[in-house]
Design a protein around this ligand. Structure first.
Ligand SMILES: *Cc1c(COP(=O)(O)O)cnc(C)c1O
Length: 475
């Protein structure tokens, strides 16, 4: 049998020992532990062998210089931090995979202060003794939501788990079949219910649930009636949903508490910006529901957190549940959430202070201007390598907020003349910083809505580099 065409290449690559003693790598080797360095050398060699087998590595890549350079690159990548900032050009504002809400400088300063120094996190300065972590946020949350009591935990999934565990463990929770939702990241109402120890009592059908379905399901084992915001989908057509007001009435009639998992949790009335369909937390609380839970990093625009607002007696049960200790928020988040909530007390210019809201309410003029500038600069940079145009489409709020609430606006479309849009998207994604953009109809789309300060200036160079116009890039 003839020798594989790659066999001689494979034989020629340097050994681990040779690389461990390679003088050009000595400075790097001294800086890191032997275990880490050797691991990276092995990985570099594995990658090279794989490239050879796939036929993508030339002989020149097997020299000691070339392999050393590969190891160096890997080492820098390995130590450069895996969590990187990216440019979100998708137009999806609350993008869970990209970290949801970005925070304002004012909020970031408060995180930094809490990180740098000791604080009165759990210390009562007036009394000189142990205090309570939740006390810093409680008043603000109560004032803003209008609820009697409030509690903040690690995220909304934790808030729902804590509510179910504290109020309904071992007993039944009545939920409409149409609201047994799954949110991204495997948050499923039936699974959370099972973990909490509560027993799910499904009522109605997927598309229709009537008040009598709830009434008939309530018995001496019922602990709670739960309503869930459908967040990321809509049931349309022949449907019937029982409103929160109706549920509250049924709950009061039957002496069963009601809870709503609101998901996004918006504190400002978005209808004043022409955006319909999202009720405010205040409105839900005012409906008389006993407990509401919502996220800190969706429409609220703060850090990852879960907020429970409701009747004192029920919130107190959650606060004293041993599970609350495991679900508590850390001090950096607490600082960020407090600073975020304070923005809502200022009222004036809230959309300037909360980046998430700022992106939602960006004016058509501003978006058009940014898109025009971006398109012109990208076109100038890429030259004949791609066709650049402006197209109109829909951005999205995302994060389970306003599922149908699309945000119309312009997007810059780049169509490479050689190669595919998918290839361009991949090179952008693997760039530095990575650019996350959508591909549609052979074009890579850049939505100005989710670009942060300074990223519009950065983007043309990154696109040019990904189009193979490397002469415009310094590094
Ligand atoms: C997003 C969402 C959750 C989960 O909230 P996290 O803050 O991501 O834990 C739960 N319920 C609903 C309805 C949601 O929209």
């Amino acid at each position: 049998m003839a020798e594989s065409p790659f066999a001689s290449l494979l034989k020629g690559i340097p050994s681990v020992d040779r690389l461990m003693n390679e003088p050009s790598l000595a400075a790097l080797r001294e800086r890191y532990t032997d275990e880490l360095f050797k691991g990276v050398v092995r990985r570099g060699l594995d990658e090279l062998r794989e490239d050879i087998r796939r036929g993508t590595a030339a002989e020149s890549e097997c020299t000691i210089e070339s392999v050393s350079a590969r190891v160096e690159r890997l080492l820098h990548r390995r130590l450069g931090g895996k969590l990187r900032t990216v440019v979100n050009a998708t137009g999806v504002i609350i993008h869970t995979n990209l970290g949801r809400s970005c925070l304002s400088e004012r909020v970031i300063e408060r995180i930094a202060a809490a990180a740098r120094s000791y604080s009165n996190l759990e210390y009562n300065l007036d009394q000189g003794r142990r205090g309570e972590r939740n006390s810093h946020l409680r008043e603000l949350m109560e004032e803003l939501t209008g609820a009697q009591a409030a509690l903040a935990v690690n995220n909304n999934a934790a808030a729902v788990l804590l509510a179910l565990s504290s109020l309904a463990a071992g007993r039944e929770v009545v939920v409409s079949r149409g609201e047994l939702i799954e949110i991204g990241g495997a948050f499923r109402i039936p699974d959370v219910m099972a973990r909490s120890g509560a027993i799910l009592r499904e009522v109605g059908t997927t598309n229709r649930t009537h008040p009598r379905d709830y009434v008939e399901a309530i018995n001496e084992r019922t602990a709670l009636i739960l309503k869930v915001h459908p967040s990321n989908y809509r049931i349309e057509g022949f449907t019937r949903e029982v409103s929160l007001d109706e549920l509250v009435r049924i709950g009061r009639d039957k002496n069963v508490p009601t809870a709503m998992d609101l998901g996004s949790g918006c504190l400002v009335d978005l209808t004043r910006y022409g955006i319909e369909g999202e009720v405010t937390v205040q409105h839900v609380v005012a409906s008389g529901v006993d407990v509401v839970t919502f996220s800190g990093d969706k429409l609220l625009g703060g850090p990852q957190a879960g907020i429970v607002a409701g009747k004192t007696e029920l919130v107190e049960k959650m606060r004293t549940n041993p599970l609350a200790r495991a679900l508590r928020m850390d001090k950096l988040t607490l600082a960020a959430l407090e600073a975020t909530l304070e923005e809502y007390t200022r009222r004036e210019g809230i959309e300037q202070q909360i980046p998430t809201l700022g992106m939602i309410v960006k004016s058509a003029d501003e978006l058009q201007q940014t898109a025009d500038t971006l398109a012109a600069t990208i076109a100038a940079r890429v030259g004949r390598a791609a066709a650049v145009s402006i197209e109109y489409g829909m951005g999205r709020v995302g994060g389970g907020a306003l599922p149908m609430g699309d945000l119309p606006g312009p997007r810059v479309a780049v169509r490479p003349r050689n190669g595919s849009a998918a290839g361009l998207e991949e090179r952008l994604r693997k760039g530095n910083p990575p650019v996350i953009a959508l591909v549609k109809d052979d074009a890579v789309l850049f939505d100005p809505r989710t670009l942060l300060h300074g990223q519009c200036e950065l983007l043309p160079d990154l696109v040019a580099a990904a189009c193979g116009k490397n002469q415009y890039i310094d590094s």
